[in-house]
Every structure is written in structure tokens, then in C-alpha cells.
Design a protein around this ligand. Sequence first.
Ligand SMILES: Cc1cc2nc3c(=O)[nH]c(=O)nc-3n(C[C@H](O)[C@H](O)[C@H](O)COP(=O)(O)OP(=O)(O)OC[C@H]3O[C@@H](n4cnc5c(N)ncnc54)[C@H](O)[C@@H]3O)c2cc1C
Length: 410
Amino acid sequence: MNVAIIGGGAAGLMTAATILEKNSEINIFLIEKNNGLGKKVMISGGGRCNVTTGIRDVRTVLTNYPRGSKFLSSAMHQFSPRDIYEWFESHGVPLKTERDARVFPQSDNGKDIVAVFEQLFRHPNIHVLLNTSVTQIKKDKKGFQIFFKENETPLQVEKVVLTTGGQAYRHTGSTGDGYTFAASLGHSITKLTPSLNAFFTKETWPAQISGLSFSKATITATCSKPISFTGPFLFTHKGLSGPAIFALSSLITFEWDDSKQPLNISIDLFPDISEDALRHKIETVIASNPKRNWLNTMATIIPKSLALIVCEKLSLSPEKHTGDVPKKDLIRSLSWIKSIPLHVKGRDAGDEFVTAGGVELTEVNPSTMESNICPGLFFAGEILNIDGFTGGFNLQASWATGHLAGENIG
Ligand SMILES: Cc1cc2nc3c(=O)[nH]c(=O)nc-3n(C[C@H](O)[C@H](O)[C@H](O)COP(=O)(O)OP(=O)(O)OC[C@H]3O[C@@H](n4cnc5c(N)ncnc54)[C@H](O)[C@@H]3O)c2cc1C
């Protein structure tokens, strides 16, 4: 049997490896338009490759997918983060789990992950076709015909796996071609939008404290209803970034149209302390030293650079003795840091990590990854309408769906 896997990213690599390990008699054609495999795998996690998550409970893992968690359940139970961890270690790549539960190769080098596959693919029945762009796929009586940009004779195969990814970071080769192929074979593609991106703010003051990070804040976006996420974030020279911002961008991605109007957001730097309790805390500081200036008093609860911004925004004198600051100004300052107002004017489009949306999940069998519409056609990875938060969840989904597709073909 001949099988074509279109796209040599995480999903395609795992599909090919699984077929090979399950049934090495099958002729596999792994077709990749780039001059090498796993380009995105290598740049993911800042080049370190955040392979998966260290969270072991699969149900908890599934809560990290704003779209596709139910569909993913079967694939994820069959090839869980624990299984991925063991798979890579048993293939010679020692891994480590960091404090925030992200899993990386001990070498901190994504190339080691791709090298596992390159090694496995030195098998006579796997044909890795690099620098080869698929342009069209046609269904016929014998299976499928795969057409190439290079105008070569079409390749005849019995089964096809579409692992062409989404359309994020297009320079890595993921240009959304798979959506066209899937549609031509009868599939619906849901609305596509960037997800996991930084926010650019209308306000320019974040640039003054660019790099300042907080380990926990609640960030709320006002869409048709308020949507919040609590986690780490940082100010950047253009606005906001970090895990909580990425997660929020993912949650609002279909709720907000950035071409229309800015998105109102507010940041609570003390999500676990009420405003009253915070006031009580600072009043104790004031009582102990009423001569301390207002800037230094504020700096007992927030970084001084941000305290300066509070003074600037609320037109308060940073030099004033705290004892002389009117209570209403104290309350205004605390309200501000409990609800920092900002307006997002755009997302970091083009630099998003994943595409939200994709092949309609009701048209794919979640237990096999085979199309319900076109027998012999399989899907895996980001091409599907599945996307997760940062932290290894997207690669995990690609490995798991690729493994399931491979198991069923093998
Ligand atoms: C900068 C960045 C950092 C990231 N970091 C992480 C992270 O740390 N952890 C995590 O879990 N996720 C991360 N992600 C997301 C994750 O990398 C992707 O979700 C995942 O790699 C998707 O895998 P895939 O195999 O489905 O698609 P892709 O990796 O996009 O692979 C698709 C492949 O198909 C090829 N292709 C497309 N069309 C054709 C065609 N017509 N003919 C031939 N070949 C074709 C492409 O060249 C590409 O190589 C990151 C993403 C980015 C952009």
C-alpha cells in the first residue's frame, strides 16, 4: 500500500513514524515543500522546542484547548503527554519538565527532536520528498492522485494524510494549502483567525516599563461579555505579552474584530487581594512612616517604575509626603492598579503562534482521524479546528492526532 503524508511538521513526522513502527511494509511518501523536516518544531519554544506539557491528568490537559478539546479526547488518551515523554526518551532524547510544567529536551535544542525522525526515516520504505510542493489532490477509483508544482507525473496512493498545518508563521511553509486540498475533497473549513499573539496597545506608556513582568494578574477583555484570564504577563515596547496575554488572545480570537474598534482591557495586579484589603495594607505602611514620599510608599506594593506611571496617569506628585496625600487619591491609586485600563488596537498578526479554525471536526472521525466524507483521507495537527494555549499543548495535539492517524493506517 502507498500512503502520502503531505507536510513534514510535527503531525506529519509522528504519522509517518507511527505507520513505520506499526507496519514497515507500507510505502510512505512524506512530502514537504521545505528543504528540511520539522522547521516549526525547531523554532518552537524559542528554539528549545516545548515538546509537550508536564501535566499528567489528561482531563486537565484538555481544558487547555479553547477549541477541539472534546474531539481530541480519544487521541489524547491514546497518546498522552506521558506517552509522548516516554516515546521521545525511548528514542534517545532525554527530556526535562520545567517549573511551569513545560517539557523540553534536556539539550534545549529543538533539532534533537527532529533528528529522532530523521534517524527513523532511514528506512527503505519511507520516501522523504523535500523541496516538493503539492498543488492538488484528486480522488479516483484507486485512491488519490497527488499533483506537484514541479509538473511531475502525479503520485498514485491509496491513502492520504493532510498534515499541512495552519497558516501561522507562513515563512515556515505553513501557508494554509491544506485547507484548499481539504475543501476540494468535500470538507468544510471553519472561519480562520490568528491565535496566541501579543497585544499592541493604543497607550504608549507600556514602552516606558517594557520588560517589567508579573507572575500573576487577571486580565479582562470586554467583548460582548467580559472574558478573563489569570496568569503571568509582561509589558512590552508595543503593549503586552506573556502567557496570560496569549491565552486571552486565544479566548477572544473570534469575539473581537481588530479592524473595527479597540478592545478595552483591564489588568488586576492583585487578583487575590480585595481593594479594601490592599488599602488596609498600605495604610499600615503609611502609619509607620507618614513622611515617606508617595512614590516610595506605592513602591512597597508595586515596582517603582510602575508607581511612577500611576503618579503620572493620576496627576499625583510622587514627592508628596504620604501623610499629606488625600484619602481619595489613595483610593484612586489602588483602584487603578486593581484595574489598569488599556485599549488594544491590534494583535501581533503574522507573528501569531497558531491558527484558530480549520477542518470542521464533525466531518472527521475522532477515533481514527479519517474523513467521514472521503474514505482514505486522514487529517492530523493544526489543519484541524483545534488549538491550545501556550505550554506545549499545540505540539501535543499534533503528536497525538498524528499518532492516531498513523495507528489506523498502519
Ligand atoms: C514561533 C512559534 C513557536 C511555537 N512554540 C510552540 C511551543 O513551544 N509548543 C507548542 O506546543 N507549540 C508551539 N507552537 C505551535 C506548534 O509549533 C504548531 O501548532 C505545530 O508545529 C503544528 O504542527 P503541524 O504538523 O500541524 O503543522 P506545521 O508544523 O505547520 O507543518 C506543516 C508542514 O506542511 C508543509 N506544507 C504545507 N503545505 C504544503 C504543500 N502544499 N506541499 C508540501 N508541504 C506543505 C509546511 O512546509 C510545513 O512544514 C509554536 C508555533 C510558532 C509559530
